[in-house]
Design a protein around this ligand. Structure first.
Ligand code: MRU
Length: 353
């Protein structure tokens, strides 16, 4: 299984599989400082909610080890490192959760200098990474119980090993179902504008020898209406206390389609994706990205250079359209404000900023 985020302790560097180049080229990006890490997150060389959280955690370690920061007072520099990484992408709560976890570990250990803080931050980042893989495996096991042999499911964007520390959330469901010997097929939405489905999910599923078929985003409707899809499963970037789910743009229309056609619509996410400090979708900040992501595909201009563009990276799906949320703690169904706290405990999420 692919590992998209690896920390090389001997070299003191973060090694990321460059997700902007896949599947055409397999190249590693080396991050030696917090600035390199922030750049890799903004440019989406590393992407996916859990993966950017793990990368940011290691980015703090790199910042603490960066001699350029050592001339500044420790607390001031530590805050600047964390703020830099927190400013990279606004929607996925896992980023803020991971940064807050490192901050808390450093604070609780009473660290007052860079090397002491790095000694605490590195094992905490390792823990975040290891726990993420475990949570994905658990999501996979719960999710696989919903998939019957003979089913065809649809997924959107990439919620796979590439988007996490390993194994994946939505794709973890497929991995687990395959491990259980189930026979099934997957339709993969290409996921414009950045084509995470076509480039990353298609690549991952083929590597796992899972039967995958790529479709353009506008084909999902007729496939679902024609009874060719028995389930839809997607990942999430932030889930509110009342079950509103932010995920890749195009998730909400899929949920509407699924509901209209009586097909179950599942969200797969670890507890680090829940933000219990907010209740409603409107409270989630939706990232807007560069307009050229819409005007160009793979560097090829496909629209007038100066055409006006709107490019939100995520949308919000309300709980009434979601059949269940598959978490590492179990399957939440139905989804409303009273069911989520039975699975997800708020004290772990005080950290969300
Ligand atoms: O903009 P991206 O590629 O980071 O968006 C990723 C998604 O929307 C994923 O579905 C989500 O982060 C879940 S990843 C397990």
């Amino acid at each position: 299984m692919v590992e998209a985020v690896v920390f090389n302790k001997e070299q003191n560097r973060l090694e990321l599989l460059d997700q902007t180049l896949l599947p055409v080229e397999t190249r590693t990006v080396f991050c030696s400082t917090e600035h390199d890490t922030a750049k890799a997150i903004v440019s989406m060389q590393v992407r996916g909610a859990p993966a950017i959280g793990v990368a940011a955690a290691y980015g703090i370690v790199l910042g603490l080890n960066n001699p350029q920061n050592h001339a500044r007072p420790f607390l001031e520099a530590f805050k600047a490192i964390c703020d830099l990484l927190a400013a990279t992408r606004p929607t996925a709560v896992n980023l803020f959760w991971a940064i807050a976890r490192i901050k808390k570990a450093v604070k609780n250990a009473g660290c007052t200098d860079f090397s002491g803080a790095a000694t605490v931050a590195l094992p905490e980042a390792d823990k975040i990474r290891a726990e993420d893989i475990e949570m994905c495996r658990s999501i996979g096991r719960f999710g696989a119980s919903l998939l019957q042999s003979g089913d065809t499911w649809l997924t959107h964007c990439n919620a796979g090993a590439l988007a996490t520390a390993g194994y994946g959330t939505a794709l973890g469901v497929f991995r687990a179902a395959q491990e259980e010997g189930k026979n099934f097929k997957v339709f993969v939405d290409e996921t414009r504008p950045l084509l995470q489905g076509a480039r990353l999910t298609a690549w991952e599923l083929m590597q796992e020898k899972i039967d995958a078929t790529l479709i353009c985003d506008n084909m999902a409707g007729s496939l679902i209406r024609d009874g060719k899809v028995q389930g839809v499963v997607v990942g999430a970037d932030r889930i509110t206390a009342h079950g509103f789910v932010a995920n890749k743009i195009g998730t909400y229309p899929l949920a509407v389609l699924a509901k209209y056609n009586g097909v179950p619509f599942y969200v797969a996410a670890p507890d680090s994706t829940f933000d219990l400090t907010i209740k409603y979708g409107e409270e989630i900040k939706i990232e807007e990205r560069d307009h050229d992501e819409v005007r160009y595909i793979g560097g090829q201009q496909i629209a007038p250079k100066d055409i006006k563009v709107y490019n939100p990276a995520f949308d919000v799906t309300p709980p009434e359209l979601i059949t269940a949320i598959i978490t590492n703690k179990g399957i939440i169904r139905p989804i409303y404000r009273d069911t989520i706290p039975e699975f997800i405990k708020p004290e772990r999420f005080e950290a969300a900023e």
